[in-house]
Design a protein around this ligand. Structure first.
Ligand SMILES: [Zn+2]
Length: 184
């Protein structure tokens, strides 16, 4: 096994993908693995082309609607029938009434499409003015983990991976021993 980049191990049959995500491109640079793969060896848990579409949709949503302190996070979800629905967070003076971008996207999917299934969902955060860094994938907060699980216990979530390319996990992995009403 060779090392492609950092501690990520690379195997001869790893599928390959040219990074299109700015932060990924920055991180990977010109890394080559021992098998002479041209860019990076991508594990199956890493975002597919469809997942990258979601990251791009969330990035576009918050790029268009960003307002310092009010709209800083964009989300995108793919419904079970393949439609992409986006949302941005709505912050508030009274912090506890703020609503996360994921919840807005789920609400829009239900309202506009009548679809409450979540195949995959992702959220990205826009940096504040003067803040170093670019729009990047962020983990769902605890409340959103509950919400995503409630609406689709088999949902996949794209999350950051310690400075590496974002990875895809199941909502169950993010919320073990989830609270349920009644005895189940
Ligand atoms: Zn949240």
């Amino acid at each position: 096994m060779g090392k492609a980049n950092g501690s990520r191990e690379c195997a001869p049959d790893d599928r390959l993908r040219v990074p299109t995500f700015d932060i990924l491109a920055e991180m990977v640079g010109t890394a080559r693995c021992a098998f002479a793969h041209p860019t990076i060896c991508v594990k199956e848990s890493m975002p597919s082309k469809k997942d990258q579409e979601l990251i791009d949709a969330a990035t576009k949503a918050i790029s268009r609607r960003y307002r310092n302190d009010w709209q800083e996070v964009g989300a995108a979800m793919r419904t079970r029938d393949g439609r992409i629905v986006t949302g941005v967070n709505i912050d508030a003076y009274i912090g506890r009434i703020a609503v996360c971008a994921e919840a807005i996207a789920i609400g829009r999917a239900i309202t506009e499409k009548g679809d409450h299934g979540i195949e995959t969902i992702v959220a990205v955060r826009h940096p504040k003015p003067g803040e170093h860094g670019k729009i990047a994938v962020v983990s769902p907060c605890g409340i959103c983990r509950e919400l995503i699980y409630d609406y689709d216990a088999k949902a996949k979530v794209i999350v950051p991976d310690s400075g590496r390319a974002p990875k895809v996990v199941s909502i169950g992995e993010l919320l073990p021993n989830k609270y349920k009403r009644g005895i189940e």
